[in-house]
Design a protein around this ligand. Structure first.
Ligand code: F6R
Length: 252
């Protein structure tokens, strides 16, 4: 796990955008794993800016998002389908037909999870997986207690996750209780992982992910076993690390 701590969130976003743009320059037909959430908003904004400046194209990209709420169809304004359409797919030259997310309105969510896992495999697997981290250490919607060997499946959302995500809903009661999420083993199959965390609220989860034992208590800790995982942190998200000085403190 390569850990890089930069002072400000804007530097984290800029570096992540550079890594993605460089990756797409070398491999324009890449299979990207995408994430939603507030951490990703400024990153997608920056990628759209670079697309408009002619610095990157998404025309050859196939993508698979980590997760989707069960019960929300693609047209629901709070669905992750809608989030991705607004944040990245529509403002760029990405072929929306190749931007995949699990269907939250599938009549049989467990069957949809299997179908999604098979689609990822049929696409040749994920070349580069973008990740955020929950305050409880989740990646995707793999909440604490999730099996580290899990594949795409239906998961119940933790109360703290529903509380964190209520911002975009009228109330916490409106936040769906279940999601379809790539499993931890599905995520670890990606040839490269790039996790971003910014802000003090993520500091405890970040410390558990990097310096804690690999454990279901912090699903993100499974990334310690990945052969090519990069973690980009701002100083606030890194503030609970005991060995903070031992990591990259500038772009490696
Ligand atoms: C979103 C996802 C989640 C988020 C995490 C952090 O697709 O899979 O794991 O990355 O909940 O969310 P933010 O960035 O909103 O703090």
């Amino acid at each position: 796990m390569k850990v890089c701590i930069l002072p400000q969130p804007a530097e984290v976003i800029d570096y992540a955008a550079d890594l993605l743009v460089d990756h797409l320059a070398v491999m324009p037909d890449t299979v990207l794993g995408l994430a939603t959430g507030q951490t990703m908003v400024p990153l997608y904004d920056e990628l759209v800016r670079r697309y408009r400046d002619g610095l990157v194209s998404f025309a050859g990209v196939t993508s698979f998002n980590l997760d989707e709420y069960i019960g929300l169809g693609p047209d629901h304004p709070r669905s992750f389908h809608a989030f991705m359409a607004t944040a990245l797919f529509t403002p760029t030259d990405m072929d929306i037909q190749r931007g995949h997310l699990p269907r939250g309105d599938a009549p049989d969510p467990a069957a949809e999870a299997l179908r999604y896992e098979a689609m990822i495999r049929a696409a040749g697997g994920i070349d580069l997986q973008l990740l955020g981290i929950g305050k409880n250490g989740h990646i995707g919607f793999n909440e604490p207690g999730s099996r580290l060997a899990s594949r795409t499946c239906v998961k119940a959302l933790a109360a703290s996750t529903r509380a964190a995500n209520q911002l975009l809903f009228h109330s916490e009661d409106d936040v769906p209780r279940f999601a379809i999420t790539m499993g931890i083993a599905t995520i670890l199959d990606a040839r490269r992982c790039l996790l971003l965390a910014t802000g003090r609220a993520k500091a405890a989860a970040v410390a558990a992910m990097i310096e804690g034992p690999v454990s279901t208590g912090c699903p993100a800790s499974a990334l310690q076993g990945h052969r090519y995982a990069t973690v980009l942190l701002d100083a606030a998200a890194a503030s609970d690390l005991r060995h903070g000085g031992d990591y990259h403190l500038e772009r490696p």
